[in-house]
Design a protein around this ligand. Structure first.
Ligand code: 1GP
Length: 250
């Protein structure tokens, strides 16, 4: 399958040992603030952020996603869709995490929404990043909405088996998700187990709120860290976390 510019850029940084920091922006107008754009632009001018993810699992509309992307354009950063459903697709983005929530109990989140969305993605000409999405945390919106059967973080072998299966199915990215605002992120040991088992590009997110936790994840083998809630609440803390991510050379 064709690999586009966003994937090539992320991969070439990973090959050079540079870890990526991805900021998640929820397009819900009650969560988006204008100053976020300015902050992102200044972090980006220092080369601290690699891309912006735009999406959410609840209350998303294509109009609001497109509007949010337009506002974020001036940051100069690549914008990647992180859809929770078909309404999370916008022609204004650069790429899409084309995800299958592999540990969902509902086939809709494994292949149903993807079948509905694929023709739209094709028509919009979006770069596709084929992504296995695995939810480990319980009690989060993504876990509830996506009918996930959350995998306990200590079941490393099970998580690694999902990763291997998804790689054999051709998915080049894996997103290990603790869930937005999760009280506990995925364990670094689980990330390590996935790193040992696959060559996929590993994205880790959910509940990462300190430089120490982010560092543990990249040391364990994560290629990219997603920061959402912490950025909404505390941009300065986010800066500390990003600096920790960028200070690590694998
Ligand atoms: C959620 O992984 C992302 O899908 C980010 O999580 O909001 O907890 O940073 P947080």
């Amino acid at each position: 399958m064709w690999r586009g510019k966003v994937e090539e850029t992320l991969r070439s940084k990973a090959r050079a040992g540079e870890k990526a920091a991805l900021i998640l922006i929820d397009p819900d107008p009650s969560k988006y603030r204008d100053e976020m754009r300015e902050i992102l632009r200044s972090y980006s001018s220092e080369g601290l952020i690699d891309a912006i993810l735009v999406g959410g699992s609840i209350g998303v509309s294509e109009i609001e996603i497109s509007r949010t992307i337009d506002m974020l354009r001036e940051t100069g950063l690549p914008i990647i869709l992180f859809p929770g459903n078909v309404n999370g697709i916008s022609p204004n983005a650069d790429a899409i995490l084309f995800m299958s929530l592999l540990n969902s109990a509902d086939p809709y989140y494994i292949i149903g929404a993807q079948v509905l969305g694929a023709p739209i993605v094709k028509r919009y000409g979006l770069e596709v990043l084929p992504t296995a999405y695995i939810v480990t945390g319980d009690g989060t919106a993504v876990s509830h909405i996506g009918w996930a059967r959350p995998i306990p973080s200590e079941l490393y072998e099970v998580i690694a088996a999902y990763a291997m299966a998804s790689e054999f199915l051709g998915m080049r990215f894996i997103y290990l998700e603790g869930g937005s605002g999760a009280l506990k992120p995925i364990s670094p040991e689980a990330v390590k187990a996935v790193r040992k088992s696959t060559n996929q590009y590993i994205i880790v997110g959910g509940g990462i709120r300190s430089p120490e936790t982010a560092l543990e994840m990249v040391k364990a083998g994560a290629d990219a860290i997603v920061l959402g809630t912490v950025f909404e609440r505390d941009p300065l803390k986010t800066l500390e976390i990003i600096r920790a991510i960028k200070s690590y050379k694998g």
